[in-house]
Design a protein around this ligand. Sequence first.
Ligand code: MG
Length: 287
Amino acid sequence: MRIATFQLKGRRLVGLVSTDGQSITPFDLPPEQMQRGAQAIIEAGNPKKIPLQGASVAIASVKLEAPLPVPRRNVFCVGRNYHAHAKELQASVFKNNTANPESWPIVFTKVPESVVGPHDDVVLPVGVSEQIDYESELTIVIGKGGRNITRANAMQHVFGYTIINDVTARDVQMRHQQWDLGKSFDTFCPMGPWIVTADELDGNNTRVRGWVNGELRQDAQTTDLIFDLPTLIETCSRGITLYPGDLIATGSPAGVGMGMNPPQYLKAGDVVRVEVDGLGVIENRFV
Ligand code: MG
């Protein structure tokens, strides 16, 4: 199932996307639940049990929003999680880092209010950062919560997947050592286009790609992750209870702007497109 949050005639609705991707039918939920996007559907456990209401509408006639327009708390994000990306970062973010990059994952967060929709503009923070970069990421949506989830049980806790562009201000990221500031500017978390449920996508083996102005920059398979999805869920839940609707962005493939020679950062008018096979596409203009 593909579950999308969208605006229709000034109202926020949550609906089921048709198999052909052309139309969407709202779930039968009270308005206050609709305001939370897909959160109520995730908390209910089995979306197949939630009735639909009213007529389906053409996808082209609605404005898609992030499936979780304001996540219930910060988005967990994993740094340096593809082998090739780790290599390209050695000259910059990690040039003074002597820790073994493959013993524990790097985990940081983005604030919930940084989230924008799959086709919304991303606002360049003029005067604050000159080094804005993109990161194309498959993102886990937690279904059943839990603490100290084991690798063996981890996939039972996955409700589904969505896409995040983990937009990053490189200069701010490096200046503060902790990454949260450089990752959390307003509009720095484009998300969508919807959630695909775990029964329809193998997140452990799918392709993640990113383009800038039509030029393919990132192209990787999630089988190349340093820390796989079960390990990430196990790690993030060590002593911390995960809740339904929590998000874990799994890390960026190689091919970010900072890794180019010379680095190529985003500027006004650039369009970044992120696609995950079996999931869909988000495309955002930088302004
Ligand atoms: Mg990232």
